[in-house]
Design a protein around this ligand. Structure first.
Ligand SMILES: [Zn+2]
Length: 85
């Protein structure tokens, strides 16, 4: 059996989080700075209930290099302000 078929079977048989209601849920993510954790959630916009689908340990490693703020170049041909008639 090809490995992709095994992966799909595992996905189909994976336990799904129980939903508290029958509304259409939004997906969102939330970062916990203190815990350095990234949560992926299903959120019901009606009930406000949240269900954590997956949690990842995550810490950004961005380090600014020296002075990175540059002035914007002047516009060559300023666009006239469009106004309604
Ligand atoms: Zn709901």
């Amino acid at each position: 059996m090809p490995s992709t078929t095994i992966a799909m079977d595992q996905w189909r048989n994976a336990p799904r989080p129980a939903r508290a209601c029958g509304h259409v849920h939004d997906t969102t993510s939330r970062y916990d700075h203190a815990g350095k954790r990234l949560d992926f959630l299903l959120v019901c916009p009606v009930c406000g209930t949240e269900t954590v689908i997956e949690t990842l340990d995550y810490e950004p490693h961005f380090e600014p290099l020296g002075a990175s703020v540059h002035a914007l170049p002047p516009r060559r041909d300023p666009q006239p302000v469009r106004r309604a008639a």
